[in-house]
Write a protein that binds this ligand. Sequence first.
Ligand code: ATP
Length: 363
Amino acid sequence: MTFLILQSVRKRYGHITALDGVDLEVTAGSRTAIVGPSGCGKTTLLRVTAGFELPDTGCLMLDGAVLTDARTAVPAHQRGIGFVAQDGGLFPHLNIADNVGFGIHRQEPGRTKRIAELMAMVELPLVLLRRKPHELSGGQQQRVALARALARRPRLMLLDEPFSALDTELRTATRKAVANLLDAAGMTTILVTHDHAEALSFADQVAVMREGAFLQVGSPHELYLRPRTATIATSLGEAIVLPAELSHGWAECELGRIAVDEPNRFGKAQIMLRPEQISLKPTSGGEPSSESGTAFCRVAEIDFAGAVYTIALQLLTDGAGPRVRDVPQAMGRLLLRQSSPLMPSEGTTVQILVAGKAHVLAS
Ligand code: ATP
């Protein structure tokens, strides 16, 4: 069931267009991640949804009721929407108990018990309740901010880069804990992040944003494996994008002849491979066979970093299998990140092997 609907939402600040016609549908109980570079409008979108800002035009509906349109603007405190800001936004002069209990009236019966329940939900010990925010770690502060947002039992939770200040390990652990907590509460959530891995692992639905609008919205798998454009592809991870000539389900490109996921596309197009689709087969010393379907490369440089290494490959132009004459060479060097056990030596020749099919980009 669609829970939140945004239709043609626009917002300008003077001559800056922060939101340029955003459409989005969010299913009840689901997790949506919005990923995009700094300044593309992610925070503005959350603030407009929460009711801290009004859009210039457009309509927002939550659970069948209008939040904002040309005639209506439900105030933020009546929307039932929780918001966790980038820095947590805790009140520095209040202790943790009063931060968590900020939205619960002081005279409300059971306030102390509710605060304790919220601390348990975010897996924080009660001994922290008397401390001030600056006496907590970054991860603990984020959990307090989440507890404070949960205190009002919101219908929708908006998380604005809540994990960005945390180091990698704590970030992953906090993200998992938050995801489990929101799942258990069946709470519809929108997460804003710069981090594509975080978006893909956290969400059921991912929206890639650029310059105030969504370029593509879909499941993490769909967006990662079948992005419409090269920009969307690189927004969600490393991608090898190549010009190619398509026919009957195959692409002729700089890496040789590769199967593609669109058998009915013909002629010139761009194709995309994820680096993990590529493996390197050592040649046994002799000349590379020109009958082979994929390209041969010389290992130009290796940067060893433990579990993975980055390898720079120089495409061989002679004896490298079929070439596409009228396609300009897009990459003299191909950079890949591979795992270490099968690391070739610098100066050796390897053949590129491709697992699965290349994806044909729409443009
Ligand atoms: P970041 O990832 O850096 O937080 P963002 O994607 O969340 O960026 P927004 O904060 O939504 O981007 O800003 C979108 C655009 O609107 C930016 O160009 C920003 O400078 C501008 N903007 C945001 N708030 C205001 C404001 N109150 N007044 C003027 N311009 C603003």
